[in-house]
Design a protein around this ligand. Structure first.
Ligand SMILES: *Cc1c(COP(=O)(O)O)cnc(C)c1O
Length: 378
């Protein structure tokens, strides 16, 4: 009998069982933000960019109504929700599609437009769901380097090839918090072949207060190759229900609808979304809160000597000294001990940074106080 190495033996045994298609086992599974501190207690969860303001009260009532009829299938077309979104944002409901979180919108786009041999581009510190969706569709991710933790349009354009089918871009980006002004997005769009689909993920659009920012609605309305993805998880405070939507040209929405699960959005999510988009006062309050605490946090963290990447979202990325005991994982452990849960972003190529969601006043002040102690201790 041939001498078989341990590895070959394992391979041989594996060959006799079902094999995932090529690419699947190359995927690094998504690592969500932790929800517990070191002793199982969480005082402040600031790891997933959830809102500190809870959910609109009208949403609570809408969800309770649906809870009495859990045996009924939801409206698979989410007609009422698409109409409500269309009304709230001034868009045609026919060109809206809803998903179980915008993650599902991104996955549907990957499955509909990518396959083996195709390439899709995303930015160096871009949202990691893109990498997963691209590989899951059997395609090859191509990563474009950034400048100053900001998407570089020229770097993306330089990586377009005959194989490129999709470009995924979060604007603003998570975890950096940086954004591209609309003229840069337009320049990117103009530089892409008309056959390449540009996906603009505007998960944090509602938070952005910049005159030169545009979420992607305008390009998605006026071109044949741009789709915008949006979420109810952030400013609307519905992360737990899994609800997002996409807006794009009719032919793209049609392709997505063909591969969509027939009842991909639950009745609770539909009812919650309808109530949420109508509560403009709740969104305004969330924006005001962020407008106050984002600059406050940035200033306080800088005053502690940390470098902070300028953010337009509801979170900040802070960079730690390259010094024993003072690096990001040390700070993370120190904060976890004290029940404050932030996000390490080493898997985003940022091993010495922590991302922190803008929290309640108490959360923000508590984290800053702990970080002050952390940086001062020997
Ligand atoms: C949070 C986030 C989303 C939203 O994901 P959901 O699936 O809707 O919860 C999408 N894109 C980015 C960049 C995000 O940070």
């Amino acid at each position: 009998m041939n001498e078989m190495s341990k590895m070959d033996q394992v391979k041989n045994a594996n060959a006799n069982r079902p094999q995932p298609k090529p690419g699947v086992l190359d995927i690094a599974a998504y690592v969500p933000g932790k929800s517990k501190g070191s002793h199982g207690k969480t005082i402040h969860k600031l790891s997933s960019n959830e809102t500190p303001l809870g959910t609109s009260r009208s949403v609570q009532a809408a969800v309770e109504g649906v809870a009495r009829n859990l045996e009924l299938y939801p409206d698979g077309a989410a007609t009422e929700l698409r109409a409500a979104i269309g009304e709230a944002y001034g868009l045609s409901a026919d060109r809206i599609i809803c998903g179980a979180g915008s993650d599902e919108i991104l996955s549907m786009l990957a499955y509909a437009y990518l396959g083996p041999g195709d390439e899709a581009i995303y930015s160096e510190h871009g949202f990691l769901v893109y990498d997963i969706a691209i590989r899951a569709a059997g395609a090859t991710p191509v990563v474009a380097p950034e400048q100053d933790l900001t998407t570089d349009v020229d770097a993306i354009l330089a990586r377009v090839s005959d194989k490129t089918k999709v470009v995924f871009l979060a604007n603003p980006n998570n975890p950096t918090g940086t954004y591209l002004p609309f003229d840069e997005i337009k320049r990117l769009h103009e530089g892409l072949p008309s056959t390449v689909l540009l996906v603009l993920d505007a998960a944090y659009a509602e938070y952005v207060r910049r005159n030169d920012y545009e979420s992607g609605m305008e390009l998605a309305a006026t071109s044949e190759n741009v789709v915008m993805a949006r979420t109810f998880s952030k400013i609307y405070g519905l992360a737990n229900l899994r609800l997002g939507w996409g807006y794009g040209p009719a032919h793209v929405i049609d392709a997505m609808n063909r591969i969509r699960g027939p009842f991909n959005v639950s009745g609770m999510a539909i009812a919650a979304g309808v109530a949420a988009v109508k509560d403009k006062e709740f969104v305004a309050r969330s924006v005001d809160h962020n407008e106050k605490w984002l600059p406050w946090l940035t200033g306080e963290l800088e005053a502690l000597g940390l470098k902070v990447t300028p953010s337009v979202g509801n979170f900040v990325l802070m960079h730690f000294p390259d010094e024993d005991g003072k690096r990001a994982p040390d700070a993370d452990a120190y904060l976890l001990e004290r029940g404050c849960v932030l996000r390490l972003v080493g898997n985003y190529g940022l091993p010495n940074a922590l991302r922190m969601s803008v929290g309640s006043e108490e959360a923000n002040r508590t984290v800053v106080a702990h970080l002050k102690d952390f940086l001062q201790k020997d």
